[in-house]
Design a binder for this molecule. Sequence first.
Ligand SMILES: Cc1cc2nc3c(=O)[nH]c(=O)nc-3n(C[C@H](O)[C@H](O)[C@H](O)COP(=O)(O)OP(=O)(O)OC[C@H]3O[C@@H](n4cnc5c(N)ncnc54)[C@H](O)[C@@H]3O)c2cc1C
Length: 261
Amino acid sequence: MKILVCVKQVPDTNEVKIDPVKGTLIRDGVPSILNPDDANALEEALKIKDKKPGTTVSVITMGPPQADDMLRECLAMGADEAYLLSDRAFGGADTCATSTTIAAGIQKIGDYDLIFAGRQAIDGDTAQVGPQVAWRLGIPVVTYVQDVKLCEEKVIVQRQMENGYEILEVQMPCLLTAVKELNEPRYMSIGGIMDAYAKKVTVWNHEDVVLDPKDCGLNASPTQVFRSFTPAPKGKGEMLNGTVTEMTELLTEKLKEKHYL
Ligand SMILES: Cc1cc2nc3c(=O)[nH]c(=O)nc-3n(C[C@H](O)[C@H](O)[C@H](O)COP(=O)(O)OP(=O)(O)OC[C@H]3O[C@@H](n4cnc5c(N)ncnc54)[C@H](O)[C@@H]3O)c2cc1C
């Protein structure tokens, strides 16, 4: 069985701070990490590999050359192969162009039974890339996956909903997007770290994945960020005074005013 996992290197948004004077984001010294949902996606692929001999797990990313570090981390966790789609022509991509490039990379790899992605990346936060890649490949997709069971040519998955979950049976090949409830990602092993640096990361540019520069990156992005800004900090909280009944009534009124009730 051949499993592909889409992984993205992201800034650790827990470490991003706001400059109290300028009100801008401080990005200096912010470490880059494997996107958390993608670690769950990779873990699920590795769990299948642990149970099913002969399974190979490949990770694929589109990003700058520095994404090599994250791919080595994935190899050290247990992935067999890593692919980096890196080219200036891919820069400035919105989700539409990102999924075009990832799908082109997957088509070049060719042979796959199952593709995992994270539900969402913590920097772009759109949750669009997984479904778009599946659509471009013409395969079924299930998002918000919190449990996976293999059943011959099919997978039976639990899809997380607001108040429970639904169980779906999907024909392979298909793409599943993982949520954090799916599993607990494993740590890299010492042996894995040593092996990861001996393994080759395959780097492909636009010619390798047969994409014209006009069909990728900024040139193929129907959306462009017009302006970005740091949201103003929330004002001070308001203290309510009076008896418990008075305060409850006042609070209820305020919540109604804001249409929360
Ligand atoms: C309007 C707009 C304009 C943008 N312009 C720029 C720009 O000019 N420059 C720029 O650098 N970025 C830009 N971005 C960000 C860029 O589109 C996103 O980083 C990228 O498309 C992924 O989207 P996301 O982070 O929302 O991922 P999501 O859709 O939230 O990610 C879901 C999952 O898809 C997979 N995935 C996502 N991205 C990748 C990837 N690169 N490689 C492998 N797997 C992946 C992962 O498994 C991830 O968990 C723009 C985004 C938008 C919305």
